[in-house]
Design a protein around this ligand. Structure first.
Ligand code: HEM
Length: 453
C-alpha cells in the first residue's frame, strides 16, 4: 500500500485522516521533490491496483471553507495502467465541466453555489472544461486551424522564430565575450519560454507590434488559475479586462480585414449554421496561451535534458537529424509535460478497470503512469529516441479532449530539437544532470537548464 507518497516534511496539520487512516496515497504536487520521485510512485500505484484512491495536494487546496476548495480536496480514483487510461479517456460518461460539477457538489452539501467573476468566465468556459454538445460544436469550429496544411505553413514561421531566438542568445553571448564552444545559455528563459508565445501569436495572427504587450497579458493569464488569493485575483482581473478589450478590438479588425490566421478563421467560422460567440472566441484564445505555452516550454526543456544526459541518444541525433520526429515522441513518453488529467466526474454509476465508480466521484487518468507501463513499453525507464512504438504514448490525452494543439506542439519540438543539435555540435549541460531541478508545479518541466555551446 502506497501511503508514503507525501512530502517528508508534511506537518501534523497536513497529516489528514484520509492519508493515514484510510491508507490513501497522497500525491503532493506542491513538494518540489515530487516530480523526481513520481515515476517510482506510479510504479507502486500500478502494482497496487488498476484503480487507486488518491488525494492531491496542490497550492490552491487550502481549506478556506469554500465549495471550490472542498471540490479540490475531494479524493480521486487514479487509473494507473495504459489500457485502462486509454479506455477511461474514451469513456463518455465523465464530465469535465468544472463549473457545473462544483455547483452540483456544493448543492449536494447544502452550500451556496459560487459565482464565477465575469473576467474569469472565458477561462472557466473553454473547451477543455466543456462537455458535449458545446464542446463538440466549438471544437469543430476551431479544429480547421490545426490541419496538416496550416501546420506545414507554420513550420517555416516556427523555424524563423527558433533562429531569431538563437541568434539573439548568440549575440548576448558575444557581448559577454564568450566564444563558440564555451558560450552560455539558460535554455528555459533564453529560448524555450519565449518560443511558444511567439508561435501561438503567429498562429492567432496577433500583429508583431503588439507582441510586447501580449507577453505581459499572457503572463497575467498564467496567474489566473489560483482563485484563492483575493488581492491577487483583483490584479489578475484588471489584466484580463485589458486583454479582453484588446482582443475584442482585434476580432472586429479581423472581421473587417481578414488575413490568413486563426482569429480571422474563427470570426468567419460557421458550420451547419453554428458560429462562435464573442465569449467562446475569447475562451479559445485564452486556452491557446494557457494550454499551449508552458507545456511546450517543458517539451523543449525535458527533451534537451534527456538527450544531453544520454550520450548514445545525442550521438544518434547528431548522425541523423531526421530522428527529431521520434525524439519528440519519446520525450513525450519518457518525460511528458502532463503527468495526469483529472477533474473528470462520473455522470453515472459505472465500473472502470474493474473498480466500481459512483456518480459524482472524480477520476484521474495517470498519463505518465501509462507511458511508463512496462506492459506497453519495454524498458520504460530507458530514453531511446529510436523506440519503435514511442508515438503510442498518451501524453496528449485521448478521446474527445485529446490535445487540439498536438500537431503544433510536435512541429515546435521537431524544429527546436533539430535546430539546436544542428547549430551547436558542442551542446552540453553546464552543470551535472542531478543539479537540474524540476520546477515543482503540476506540469513536468525544469526550472532552469544551463547549457554550454
Ligand atoms: C507538448 C505540449 C503539449 C502537451 C503535452 C499537451 C497536453 C494536453 C493534454 C494532456 C490535453 C488533454 C486534457 C484533458 O483531457 O483534460 C490537452 C488538451 C488541449 N490542448 Fe494541449 N498539450 C500541449 C500543447 C498544446 C498546444 C501547443 C496547444 C495550442 C496552441 C494546445 C491546446 C490544447 C487544447 C485547446 C486542449 C483542449 C482540447 C479539448 O478539450 O477538446 N496544447 N493538451
Amino acid at each position: 500500500m502506497v501511503t508514503e507518497t507525501t512530502a517528508q516534511d508534511v506537518d501534523a496539520a497536513d497529516a489528514t485522516p484520509e492519508s493515514t487512516e484510510h491508507g490513501q496515497a497522497v500525491l503532493d504536487i506542491r513538494d518540489p521533490s515530487f516530480m523526481g520521485r513520481a515515476y517510482e510512485i506510479y510504479d507502486e500505484l500500478r502494482d497496487e491496483g488498476r484503480v487507486v484512491s488518491v488525494r492531491f495536494r496542490r497550492d490552491d487546496d487550502k481549506d478556506d471553507g469554500s465549495p471550490r476548495s472542498a471540490f479540490f480536496r475531494r479524493p480521486s480514483k487514479f487509473v494507473t495502467h495504459y489500457d485502462d487510461v486509454v479506455e477511461t479517456l474514451f469513456n463518455d460518461n465523465f464530465s469535465v465541466d468544472m463549473a457545473a460539477n462544483m455547483a452540483a457538489a456544493a448543492k449536494a452539501e447544502g452550500k451556496p453555489v459560487e459565482e464565477i467573476p465575469e473576467e474569469f468566465r472565458p477561462i472557466a468556459r473553454s473547451i477543455i472544461s466543456l462537455d458535449p454538445p458545446d464542446h463538440t460544436r466549438i471544437r469543430k469550429l476551431v479544429q480547421p486551424s490545426f490541419t496538416g496544411r496550416t501546420m506545414d505553413a507554420m513550420r517555416g514561421k516556427i523555424q524563423e522564430t527558433v533562429d531569431t531566438l538563437l541568434d539573439r542568445a548568440e549575440r548576448a553571448a558575444a557581448e559577454r565575450g564568450e566564444t563558440p564552444g564555451n558560450r552560455k545559455m539558460e535554455l528555459i528563459s533564453d529560448f524555450a519560454y519565449p518560443f511558444p508565445v511567439a508561435v501561438i501569436s503567429d498562429l492567432l495572427g496577433i500583429p508583431r507590434e503588439d507582441r510586447a504587450q501580449i507577453k505581459g497579458w499572457t503572463e497575467n493569464l498564467l496567474r489566473a488559475d489560483r482563485g484563492t488569493d483575493k488581492e491577487l485575483d483583483e490584479e489578475v482581473r484588471a489584466g484580463l479586462r485589458e486583454f479582453i478589450a484588446y482582443l475584442t478590438t482585434l476580432f472586429e479588425r479581423k472581421r473587417q480585414q481578414p488575413e490568413d490566421d486563426m482569429i480571422s478563421q474563427m470570426v468567419a467560422a460557421t458550420e451547419d449554421g453554428d458560429v462562435l460567440t464573442e465569449e467562446e472566441m475569447l475562451a479559445t484564445v485564452f486556452l491557446m496561451y494557457l494550454a499551449g505555452h508552458v507545456t511546450t516550454v517543458n517539451l523543449v526543456g525535458n527533451g534537451i535534458v534527456a538527450l544531453l544526459s544520454n550520450p548514445s541518444e545525442l550521438a544518434k541525433m547528431q548522425a541523423d537529424p531526421t530522428l527529431a520526429k521520434n525524439m519528440v515522441e519519446e520525450t513525450l513518453r519518457y518525460w511528458g509535460p502532463v503527468d495526469f488529467v483529472g477533474r473528470r466526474v462520473a455522470t453515472e454509476d459505472m465500473v472502470v478497470a474493474g473498480a466500481p465508480i459512483k456518480a459524482g466521484e472524480q477520476i484521474t487518468a495517470g498519463l505518465a503512469s501509462a507511458n511508463h507501463d512496462p506492459d506497453r513499453f519495454a524498458n520504460p525507464e530507458v530514453y531511446d529516441i529510436t523506440r519503435a512504438n514511442a508515438n503510442r504514448h498518451v501524453a496528449f490525452g485521448r478521446g474527445i479532449h485529446v490535445c487540439l494543439g498536438a500537431p503544433l506542439a510536435r512541429v515546435e519540438g521537431q524544429v527546436a530539437f533539430e535546430t539546436l543539435v544542428r547549430r551547436y555540435p558542442d551542446l552540453r549541460l553546464a552543470v551535472p544532470e542531478d543539479e537540474i531541478q524540476w520546477s515543482g508545479n503540476f506540469l513536468r518541466g525544469f526550472r532552469q537548464v544551463p547549457l554550454l555551446y
